[in-house]
Write a protein that binds this ligand. Structure first.
Ligand SMILES: Nc1nc2c([nH]c(=O)n2[C@@H]2O[C@H](COP(=O)(O)OP(=O)(O)OP(=O)(O)O)[C@@H](O)[C@H]2O)c(=O)[nH]1
Length: 158
């Protein structure tokens, strides 16, 4: 069965093997107690799409499960130790630089203070997201939140 592939820039490219990426959607309660705040981080200087806002995470290494990769990446990037992560959505994004399969997992418990260990910035956001610009791969996630929350109108600025 073929998998839906989202083009990051509207260009349709020949199929390529996808790189597996673990992505953490850290959520915390808002003032009303509902888990409607989520953490975005900016891509560090020197990486493709530097400065674009995304969810923290990174590529799986050989032999790792998605959860293991996520736990490692969030420790490396943010200095936190996560508890359980819950499988949420998967999405294939086709960029000029790579085709990636993004495995989004929800995380609501962790220990340690958030530290930006790679020179990135962080923002606790809700809909609509104020941080700009957002990475193309972030936009579908904002739509999933909008559907779950019954949010009408724009999901992000810009
Ligand atoms: N971390 C992360 N990557 C994302 C998201 N959305 C998305 O399309 N991607 C893409 O997935 C890939 C992840 O690569 P990365 O550069 O963050 O991973 P990494 O830290 O393991 O990279 P490295 O090779 O520099 O060590 C990039 O092509 C990035 O553009 C997202 O929300 N978070």
């Amino acid at each position: 069965m073929s998998e839906a592939v989202h083009s990051a820039d509207g260009v349709v490219r020949a199929p390529r093997a996808a790189v597996e990426v673990a992505v953490g959607v850290l959520v915390r309660p808002d003032a009303s107690g509902r888990e409607r705040q989520f953490l975005l981080t900016s891509r560090p200087p020197g990486k493709v799409y530097a400065g674009y806002w995304e969810f923290p995470g990174g590529k799986l290494e050989a032999g790792e499960s998605v959860h293991q990769a996520l736990a490692r990446e969030l420790h490396e990037e943010l200095g936190i130790t996560i508890g359980a992560s819950r499988r949420w959505h998967e999405l294939v994004m086709d960029y000029e630089h790579a085709r990636v399969r993004l495995h989004f997992r929800l995380v609501s418990s962790w220990s340690g203070a958030l530290q930006m260990r790679e020179g990135q910035a962080m923002a606790w956001e809700t809909l609509p997201v104020a941080s700009v610009p957002v990475l193309p791969g972030t936009i579908p996630v904002l739509r999933w939140f909008a559907q779950e929350w019954g949010h009408a109108g724009p999901t992000h600025a810009g």
